[in-house]
Design a protein around this ligand. Sequence first.
Ligand SMILES: [Zn+2]
Length: 223
Amino acid sequence: MYKRTYIEGETKGATVRLICEVCKIEQKHNVVQSVRRKVEDDYDTALTEYEIVQCLNCDDLSFRKEYTDSNSADYDPEIDEVVYYSVIDVYPSRTAGRFRLKGIQHLPVKVRAAYEELIQALNGGQKILAGLGVRVLIEMICKDKNAEGGNLYKKIDDLVRMGVLAPAGSDILHKLRSMGNDSAHEARPSTSEQLNLAMDVVDNLLDSVYIHPKMAATVFPEK
Ligand SMILES: [Zn+2]
């Protein structure tokens, strides 16, 4: 026996808790729409809820998926009850609390691709890859701005010469660059503090070089 059915609205109106991408803390969310997929065979029944959820504080919408099946249950002797496990995915991803910049659609395609992979590595806890990702992202920015120089060190200095980057920013970028070097040559993971600071600097740079100028052009159009 194998049967697959879809039921609309089973969890519509329910309240679930998850971290809101805008509020950046856990908030109650209302299930606005849902579809349940039920898959049954001789041994197992699996349920997946596909839900569009809305933050009750800021109205922001997200997608939530929750999977459970009859095998994902364990007897817990301490409370003398059967406990069911579910697998919850939320999109856009927000697993480790590093959020994408607002306005990443204004980034050049290659810069954006490097940035998105960096966020994924960070949120997946992959610290070696994230350290490398910081370096790749800086290289992409240098390339996009046609920074000149035989190596990344010289290219970062060229960004300062062109006025793209403030001198104080270049000091930090040089540190981030060496962070990527450690990841590449010794597979040494960066610490969470280093990565967080790196991302603050990178976010600032992307904001000031790409995102804010584009937004300003939209908000204050030339007469
Ligand atoms: Zn919210």
